[in-house]
Design a binder for this molecule. Structure first.
Ligand code: NDP
Length: 309
């Protein structure tokens, strides 16, 4: 028989846990399924210095452990598991966890996040967290006065490259096409940044490094000319994939696959289904923004459950 859950939260990043803290305190008896990456993307970064309330900084893992503990303190049931099937065509929503456990949920908060795309090189995975990052805002500070490279030609790549240029000695931006995909205004910003060197028509072949981390990059031009550049850090900015998975076919998504919500709320096109964090927001991929979004989802969900008693 299916287990009946009043408020089901999928995802265990800052959005999911913040939603759980609020939902638990409002007596919605939330259940959180942690998903593929318990703790979310923050667990792949090192030190977090821009989450308010931690003036000395905190590691990604510790911050997530604390959010989990705070959610559990008020009675959230946090479980391992991945949603493998979902039927959102009627309420209660029916979901299957790990291919076997059946759930009926009166309300659903989707906080499954987004996954940064990587190039897929073996050397890139080897140095992930040791000089390879997908978030300049998170990790850029550690490269003060050092040399770094950014891969990508979109708005994010230029935003990250110009941000890094304000911290680092030299920044390379590696663009596979002979032009940027980014908006004209962002391109202008890149062209005007003096310590930013743009390498058009280059692809990354290998991340070079030693026991201490990244030391350089081997790139190859579209004409087949190889070149090595010395860098201390590599930032990937080649896009993100929102993790909408089994929910995608029921929800209104934008062109890039992010869940569309109603104005500043977390309400999706399905009554009783709410979205929070990076899965609905490609622009402000920050822990504190995701946490705020989780709070909004819990408040919207509470209101919905009150109205549908
Ligand atoms: P985009 O999808 O817009 O750009 C991805 C970039 O990465 C493209 O230049 C693409 O190249 C390149 N790329 C993809 N795969 C590879 C690969 N394997 N090797 C090398 N390069 C690769 O993603 P963004 O994250 O930049 O932007 C996402 C959305 O967010 C966009 O709508 C953007 O406008 C928006 N945004 C807006 C900002 C702002 O307005 N300030 C700031 C940040 C994002 P190619 O062009 O050849 O496909």
């Amino acid at each position: 028989m299916a287990e009946h859950i009043k408020c089901l939260i999928i995802g265990s990043g800052p959005a999911g846990y913040t939603a759980a803290i609020y939902a638990a305190r409002a007596n919605l008896q939330p259940v959180v399924y942690q998903g593929i990456e318990p703790g979310g993307q923050l667990t792949t970064t090192t030190e977090i210095e821009n989450f308010p309330g931690f003036p000395e900084g905190i590691t990604g893992n510790e911050l997530m452990d604390r959010m989990k503990a705070q959610a559990e303190r008020f009675g959230t049931d946090v479980r391992f598991g991945i949603v493998t099937e979902a039927d959102l065509s009627q309420r209660p929503f029916r979901l299957t966890i790990d291919g076997e456990k059946e759930i009926e949920a009166e309300s659903l908060i989707i906080a499954t996040g987004a996954t940064a795309k990587y190039l897929g090189l073996e050397s890139e995975s080897k140095f992930r967290g040791m000089g390879v990052s997908a978030c300049a805002t998170c990790d850029g500070f550690f490269y003060r006065n050092k040399d770094v490279a950014v891969v990508g030609g979109g708005d994010t790549a230029i935003e990250e490259a110009t941000y890094l240029a304000s911290i680092c000695r030299k920044v390379y931006i590696i663009v596979r096409k002979p032009y940027f995909r980014a908006s004209k205004a962002m391109q202008q910003r890149a062209f005007e940044t003096t310590n930013l060197e743009i390498l058009f028509e280059y692809n990354t072949e290998e991340v070079l490094g030693d026991d201490n981390g990244v030391t350089g990059l081997r790139i190859i031009s579209n004409e087949g000319v190889r070149k090595e550049i010395a860098i201390d850090g590599l930032f990937l900015a080649i896009g993100h994939t929102p993790n909408t998975g089994v929910f995608a076919k029921y929800l209104n998504l934008n062109n890039e696959g992010y869940i569309i919500t109603d104005g500043a709320t977390s309400r999706t096109n399905i009554e009783g289904v709410f979205a929070a964090g990076d899965v609905k927001n490609p622009h402000y991929r920050q822990a504190v923004a995701a946490a705020g979004s989780g709070c909004i989802a819990a408040l919207d969900c509470e209101r919905f459950l009150m109205e549908h008693k």
